[in-house]
Design a protein around this ligand. Structure first.
Ligand code: FEO
Ligand code: CA
Ligand code: CA
Length: 713
């Protein structure tokens, strides 16, 4: 996510120093990290209905995994670039109808609410695939994807731009269309014998979920005073999900969509509460001005205005924004099922949510991060142990979300502290957690668990969590349980001794609604004014839920910038602002780590990588690498050729969202906010338009001409 809607203003302005002295990382701890590698994947995969599991484990007889393509040279074009021998297809770009008989998208289309509610939304982001009963899950499945935000200029190109974008009342139809361009899409897709992919129109599971779709609150917020609105006096329901960035999935066959930069669709003109200050509600007019619409049904637009109108929260929408900021669970197989916001996983700008290593009889774990400068990494540990009989039964209709409630509504949310010696601690955000030096528990400070959840970030401050360089995607090696997470960049990371620069006058650790303005470098975030970002990884200590070991996997950098280029990157793999990640298991204990970037627009092309190459997809086989003693990261000058550039996306676009089919013959990625792409008259993603086009975010499917497995020799 970047461009118009992104708000990475500092909402964390506290003076808390997570650990006192900052020391550059120490000796190699590869032996520790190796402890988790090579464990049998059988526990994870046995009897599992997760798409891809059975086929991915078929690699026992193959040669050791290695990347079989030449790293791409830097390119900056209006096209997708892939290695020789590969093809790339445009699939379901913005405005693709999900049902037959509708008007087709065309360059002069002036979209209506009804058109947008029945076709793909804008700004494709996280996505995942769900197997169907009786279909080949590599050729025919449900694709579920997020539509993160809007390009108003592209949406309203036929009328010369949005009406009253910055002042005055927005027209009702424009607001409804914009609301319908956000959210989530479920669409069946199928590959024909020629290898061409297409949506299956009129499949009964095809649907759009938008910022207007009714949803239920689940977990601690359900029925709490924090969730009471005129729409739901009992505090149990809300409407819509917004700024759905990365995604996740569960072992029981549901899709998780995560609410990231949602806060500025709401405005509160009165004095704002700490959670509103911390997360950044608008102060005079919301980002799209939806609250200015006259008319609507049952507070349809009024709800975006969170300004209190009296004494009774049942008479206004002061709490509407408190029903946002969550991980949201959707059953892709059954449009009749409710959608649940799983509030136990915390409230913040959720980038995504990724399941940890799954072991029968052990809790189910989810990792999630808050994408803002100097915010935190979290994990949720279920109270219920994993029962393999709860695994997905593809295609069947049954109450998957009752299983979701079992594993996601009851458990413990933790926040991470990364210590300088390469270990770390998970700090429980629980009612009985004592707050250091305060003589009180979190429950006493925030009233109850719902209060802790509403104020997740402030509560994390109090426990001394480590402020990070903008946590983006995570991914888990399902064999070892190693977790990778992108820390994309951080312009508010300062030199180690700059305490005076990050303490606001009169504000200190625990000042409600404050957080960090700037944070000094620390071992996990060691570069000041971090333009390039890094990928960190950690592994839980066996038998403990509260300790882990971590190291930097790779630092982004421009080639030749010796001081900052800690992983030794060169022209063939230089990258910045890592964002999307996917650990692509190719057999027991082996796989490809795919890294996607969001650099070009995110940093305003104000760094050396953005001046040489568009955003890109890189690949590396982590199992082929080990961290050398004294090296700053696992990828280092001696092995950096193992990190290869696999794809480059069009000018101005970021690349986000990634998975491969279970047979690994098709890699799905999303191209978000391109400047001039795709071509009107071809589904070939590698073609640049011959003239300026009205841009459309789109899914792109990359395949080999010979039908082989993506990335391998
Ligand atoms: Fe929507 Fe943090 O990217
Ligand atoms: Ca990003
Ligand atoms: Ca992102």
């Amino acid at each position: 996510m970047s461009k118009e809607v992104e708000d990475h203003r500092i909402h964390n302005r506290s003076g808390n120093l997570p650990f006192a002295a900052i020391v550059e990382r120490r000796l190699s701890r590869r032996s520790v990290m190796c402890g988790g590698l090579g464990l049998a994947a059988a526990t994870m995969l046995g009897g599992f209905g997760w798409p891809g599991a059975s086929r991915a484990a078929d690699g026992a007889a193959r040669a050791p995994l290695s990347l079989g393509f030449a790293s791409l040279a830097p390119r900056m074009t209006d096209a997708v670039v892939v290695p020789e021998g590969y093809v790339a297809q445009v699939l379901i770009p913005w405005g693709t109808p999900l049902v037959s008989g509708m008007a087709q998208w065309h360059p002069d289309l002036d979209p209506t609410p009804d058109f947008q509610a029945a076709s793909t939304g804008m700004h494709h982001d996280g996505m995942y695939h769900f197997a169907l009963d009786g279909a080949d899950s590599s050729d025919d499945f449900l694709l579920v994807l997020n539509h993160e935000y809007l390009d108003q200029s592209a949406l309203w190109a036929a009328r010369g731009g949005p009406t009253n974008a910055k002042q005055g009342a927005r027209p009702l139809d424009e607001a409804r269309t914009e609301i319908n361009a956000h959210g989530v899409c479920v669409v069946r897709v199928r590959r024909d014998e020629q290898g061409h992919w297409a949506p299956v129109l009129d499949d009964p599971r095809n649907r759009r979920i938008t910022t207007a779709t009714p949803m239920l609150l689940a977990g601690p917020l359900r029925g709490s005073r924090h969730a009471v609105t005129a729409y739901s006096p009992q505090g149990t329901q809300t409407r819509g999900t917004n700024n759905n960035c990365a995604c996740g999935y569960t072992p029981w066959g549901t899709y998780l969509t995560c609410e990231e930069n949602w806060s500025e669709i709401f405005v509160n003109r009165a004095e704002q509460d700490p959670d509103q200050l911390r997360l950044g509600l608008a102060e005079s007019r919301s980002i799209y001005g939806w609250e200015t619409v006259e008319g609507g049904v049952d507070g349809e637009f009024e709800r975006f205005d969170n300004t209190p109108r009296g004494d009774d929260p049942r008479g206004d929408y002061r709490n509407e924004a408190r029903t946002y900021g969550y991980v949201v669970e959707i059953d892709p197989y059954d449009p009749e099922r409710p959608i649940y916001k799983r509030t136990a996983l915390g409230r913040f700008r959720h980038e995504g949510c990724w399941p940890g290593k799954l072991v029968a009889g052990q809790p189910v774990v989810f990792y999630t991060g808050h994408d803002a400068r100097n915010e935190y990494i979290y994990k949720f540990v279920s109270r219920a142990p994993w029962d393999p009989s709860d695994a997905n039964r593809p295609g069947e209709r049954y109450d998957r979300q009752a299983i979701g409630a079992k594993y996601m509504d009851h458990g413990t949310l933790y926040v991470a502290r990364f210590d300088e010696d390469g270990s770390g601690e998970w700090l429980p955000l629980a009612e009985d957690t004592p707050v250091p030096e305060q003589g009180r528990t979190l429950g006493e400070i925030y009233g109850d668990l719902a209060g802790i959840i509403v104020n997740t970030c402030d509560a994390a401050d109090l426990l001394g969590a480590t402020p990070m360089d903008r946590p983006e995607w995570g991914t888990v090696d399902p064999s070892s349980g190693e977790v990778y997470m992108s820390l994309t960049n951080n312009s508010k990371r300062t030199e180690a001794d700059s305490a005076a620069r990050f303490t606001q006058e009169g504000e200190s650790i625990g000042t409600p609604g404050v957080g960090y303005a700037t944070a000094p470098v620390n071992a996990a975030n060691p570069r000041p004014d971090n333009d390039y970002g890094q990928v960190i990884r950690w592994v839980e200590r066996d038998g403990e839920h509260e300790r882990f070991d971590w190291e930097i996997f790779v630092f982004g950098a421009a080639p030749g910038e010796a001081a900052d280029n800690r992983s030794g990157l060169d022209d063939a793999n230089a990258f910045a602002s890592p964002d999307g990640l996917w650990y692509d298991q190719r057999g027991e204990g082996e796989g490809i780590l795919w890294i996607q970037t969001d650099n070009g627009i995110d940093k305003g092309r104000d760094n050396a990588v953005a001046e040489m190459v568009n955003d890109q997809v890189l690949a590396v086989v982590p199992g082929a690498l080990s961290r050398r003693e004294g090296a700053a990261s696992v990828v280092d000058p001696s092995n950096q050729a193992e990190l290869k550039r696999f794809a480059i996306v069009p000018n101005q676009a970021e690349v986000t969202g990634i998975f491969a089919t279970p047979d690994r013959t098709a890699l799905f990625i999303n191209v978000q906010h391109p400047g001039n792409w795709p071509a009107y008259d071809s589904a070939d993603a590698t073609l640049a338009p011959s003239a300026q086009v009205r841009p459309r975010s789109s899914t792109v499917v990359i395949q080999r001409r010979d039908g082989g497995r993506i990335g391998e020799a």
